[in-house]
Design a protein around this ligand. Sequence first.
Ligand SMILES: [Zn+2]
Length: 71
Amino acid sequence: MKALDLKPCPFCGGKASVFRVVLEDGTPRYEVDCENIDCEISACTSLHPTRQEAADVWNKRWEPDRLEATA
Ligand SMILES: [Zn+2]
């Protein structure tokens, strides 16, 4: 598995990691969470079908100019 390029937590600057969550029906989902247990926000993404997707959502927090219009 190749390493994902994750930016640090936008709230505390802590390290972020991808976590695997298995749903009740056995479907794997992935989210990126801040690893700092003292982080007040406990930043995390919602659940995504792939590690890459979760990482992309996380990293986009740093690039508001690239947010897509939802018209
Ligand atoms: Zn944090």
